[in-house]
Design a protein around this ligand. Structure first.
Ligand SMILES: [Zn+2]
Length: 119
């Protein structure tokens, strides 16, 4: 598993989210803990404004653990999300490439958005 730099894993419940996660742009990975103790990411997401709120929307779903990282801006969060998505693509439940909020943003890992204007 690649080094992610994400904080966690934490249990996915409101109390933990409230105490561990700031109100800021950021990225997160949802998943579970394998026998042996490794975190297995199954979903990657981001929030452009409030990662704290976004994570709370996942409480009581199939995911029991999360990791996260706060980012300075929505654009930084997007780039981070792209990297995680490409690293873990094979094992994620969300198979769609992260969406960008601003047309000038580029994925740091692929040419997806480079070619969209040339059709
Ligand atoms: Zn990409």
């Amino acid at each position: 598993m690649p080094y992610t730099g994400l904080k966690g894993p934490f249990s996915l419940n409101e109390k933990i989210i409230e105490s561990a996660v700031s109100v800021t742009p950021g990225v997160y990975a949802l998943g579970y803990i394998e026998i042996g103790g490794d975190f297995i990411p199954k979903y990657v997401g981001r929030s452009d404004v409030n990662i704290n709120q976004s994570l709370k929307e996942w409480v009581n779903t199939e995911y029991s653990k999360f990791k996260f990282e706060c980012c300075d801006s929505a654009e930084a969060a997007f780039a981070r999300e792209c990297r995680l998505y490409h690293d873990w693509k094979e094992q994620l439940n969300n198979q769609e490439h992260p969406k960008k909020l601003d047309t000038r943003w580029k994925c740091p890992c692929c040419e997806l958005y480079e070619s969209t204007n040339q059709k």
